[in-house]
Design a protein around this ligand. Structure first.
Ligand code: MN
Length: 424
């Protein structure tokens, strides 16, 4: 067991029972305050830990980090130091805040410099991502989309159970939780339209996804195997991969998603390390019908049990739960995605973002997009204020939350929340 994952650990910082951030989590993020600019933080309970302050006060001695790794706008610097270094960093933070470790706890002046109430911070985009890849790895989602647009008898395309299908997305429009987006405009051609029309998307959707972020990979030409993949994955976050279904439907042939996808993807601000999620590993589905190619085979449990939910909150109204799903429902896991991504020699870099694809569970109520929830608009979702949703309305806020829980330890992500504003 990793030292910082011990379920018996308790912190001297109070942690509410249903908090996403017990001492076993120790996520990483970038925050700023009224008086000071961006720096690296972690979190326990409702306290943000200023890692730059910890460094300046000498609590990071004998770790391979410098001042510029913590007084910085992105986590890329600490990620650049690799898995062992970030694991040691997480262990050090865990130790400093353990109930039975007095050094920092008993130094009131230092505590005041190191801890900031979460209400007083602004969370920023945590990672600089140069390349963003979006997969399509939930079987139920691929099946549902196949049923909606093709034929229930041939819902999965012939390649789907052989290849972790994906495409290269747009990294520049990955934005942190809390940043509103505008309804995108573009070309659309509905079934009744003779020619394409230009206008605001009327079929604006969320996609419930989880993203992982990579350490520096291998040189161009080399590949990462499924067994090596864990060493190249830093951590994970919640990801709302916004989609304009009408723009997407007209443009995607033959080269795939473009303007229907690249206008925004919203990211939760705390990166939960893969280390913190190790206790929640579960087996994945059998992949022997058809049998997968050897380079995609893996051993051990590589799926992760993460409970996920999506809520829609109209302006001034209450949150409506529209979906509960789970990351364990993936057909292809991260190790397979990374092995596939690099099998041709494609290089990955520190901070690359790889998203799961919409995560739909096997039952109704577990579908991870409005496209599926409203079954292409034929089954509108009834909101608590008696209004209906086929897709997302202007001024709706879409909220995604997620956490893993086992043996009385809950490791959560917080939330990714973003409001949809009218088209500009
Ligand atoms: Mn997506």
């Amino acid at each position: 067991m990793l030292q910082a994952n011990d379920p018996k650990l308790k912190s001297w910082i109070p942690v509410a029972k249903d908090s996403d951030f017990p001492i076993q989590n120790i996520p990483f993020g970038i925050f700023k305050t009224k008086d000071e600019g961006p720096r690296v933080g972690s979190r326990i309970g409702d306290m943000v830990i200023d890692l730059n302050a910890l460094f300046v006060l000498g609590y990071m001695a004998n770790l391979p980090f410098d001042s510029e790794d913590f007084k910085t706008e992105y986590l890329n610097n600490i990620m650049q130091k690799g898995k062992e270094a970030t694991r040691d960093l997480r262990n050090r933070i865990s130790k400093l805040f353990r109930e039975d470790f007095p050094d920092l706890k008993n130094n009131e002046q230092h505590v005041a410099q190191v801890l900031v109430d979460v209400k007083e911070v602004e969370m920023l985009l945590p990672i600089y991502t140069r390349d963003y890849t979006d997969f399509y790895s939930s079987e139920q989602h691929a099946y549902n989309v196949g049923c909606l647009f093709r034929d229930p008898n041939n819902a999965l395309l012939p390649n789907w159970k052989h290849i972790p299908v994906g495409y290269h997305g747009r990294a520049s429009s990955i934005i942190p939780s809390g940043v509103a987006i505008h309804r995108p405009k573009g070309q659309k051609k509905g079934p009744a339209d003779e020619v394409p029309v230009f206008g605001a998307s009327t079929l604006l959707d969320f996609e419930l996804e989880v993203a992982f972020f990579t350490y520096q990979g291998k040189p161009l030409g080399d590949s990462i195997t499924t067994q090596e993949a864990d060493d190249y994955i830093f951590g994970m976050a919640l990801f709302n991969d916004w989609s304009a279904r009408d723009i997407q439907g007209w443009e995607y042939v033959p080269l795939g998603p473009f303007l229907g996808k690249n206008f925004a993807s919203s990211l939760s601000c705390w990166i939960v390390t893969l280390d913190a999620l190790e206790p929640f590993r579960v087996p994945g589905p059998k992949q022997d019908d058809p049998k997968i190619l050897p380079y995609l085979e893996y051993s051990g449990n590589k799926h992760i049990d993460i409970k996920l939910e999506v809520l829609i909150q109209p302006e001034g109204g209450e949150e409506n739960l529209v979906c509960t799903s789970n990351y364990k429902h993936m057909y292809w896991n991260m190790n397979q995605q990374l092995a596939h991504h690099t099998v041709n020699g494609c290089n990955i870099n520190t901070g690359d973002c790889m998203a799961s694809g919409t995560i739909s569970g096997p039952e109704e109520g577990q579908y991870g997009s409005m496209l599926e929830i409203s079954w292409k608009g034929t089954k509108p979702f009834k909101m608590s204020d008696a209004s209906e949703r086929k897709f997302i309305n202007d001024m709706d806020t879409v909220i995604m939350r997620g956490y893993a829980e086992k043996d009385g330890v809950r490791i959560g992500f917080g939330e990714v929340s973003s409001k949809l504003l009218p088209a500009k």
